[in-house]
Write a protein that binds this ligand. Sequence first.
Ligand code: TTP
Ligand code: MG
Length: 350
Amino acid sequence: MHVDLDAFFAAVEEKNHPEYKGKPIIVGADPKQGSGRGVVSTCNYAARKLGIRSAMPISRAWKLCPQGVYLPVNYELYEQVSSRIMRILRAYADKFEQLGIDEAFLDVSQTTSSFEEAEELARKIKSAIRDEEGLICSVGIGPNKLVAKIASDHRKPDGLTVIREDSVKQFLRPLSVEKIGGIGKKTKERLNSMGIRTIGDLASYDVTRLRKAFGSWGEEFHRMSQGIDESEIVEEWVTKSYSREHTFQEDTSDKGLIQSTISDLCTDVAAEVARNGFFFRTVTIKIRYEDFETHTHSRTLSFASANPEALKAPAIKLLEPFLLTDKKVRLVEVRASSLSERIEQRTLES
Ligand code: TTP
Ligand code: MG
């Protein structure tokens, strides 16, 4: 199950200020009567009706709707509301993974025994968020994370979309390729220039040609276009682990810098693991974009190690898909977990 709040920042403002109800609310940079720089973070659905969207220049939003309510981003407030919502959601999940400030994956495959039961649970979750926080969310339910996330976005606001295994292909076929997480604007344009517009186009495209164009990502795109996704829900760091994070001085899209930062963090983390007498098996990276969307991805090795290279190689690989977007990166983190105590190697003589 994937849960995503509707018009999150704007909805929090609307709830705190009943006097704004029904008006277009735009959260983001100061419009300064039309001469402001910067962009729209988000806006409510009344503003979306007028054509305003996230990431649009604020000056353009002003042109479309000078009579709207313009508010600065109060990130601290949204984060407080977010953490209360995440606490509510977590209680319904067997396994829980927060993805961004307003979205999370819930593994409910143990708690529920059918898609009908999962749907019923989703209704309960929607009511709980409405009753306790006065906010509306959309929920997607599917056989895996990929499908659930696309489904939650399908009928916003206040959506509830259930996609069973046997209707995955039919559901995905007509959708634009950019609905697939990891396919950003640039990749979408390259796909379009190859005549690939819908997920259906991608699914029926020759995989060898995709591989030539995008390397191993071509194969991954092809798998995703068929609704295949075996990635697991990554629980927050519950087990003991060692980690280091780095916030860039300025948000960056310099891939070389991001990779070398990850590599340096790996060196430090591996050294700390070794110093404390442990081996690690699980490597996790976290990446936060300029808009605070945050992703974590892990891989568990088949062997335990304290070697920095054993951390670096998978960390760099896990990072790759997150560098395909146009968004700038704010923060990266490397974590080593699934620790085991290091047993000193005995020599033959001893
Ligand atoms: P989203 O879930 O993408 O957007 P949303 O919740 O505003 O609207 P929707 O109903 O379509 O889900 O992002 C969550 C919050 O992240 C959003 O409220 C504001 C912030 N954000 C930005 O600051 N910049 C952006 O470009 C986007 C997309 C979101
Ligand atoms: Mg949202």
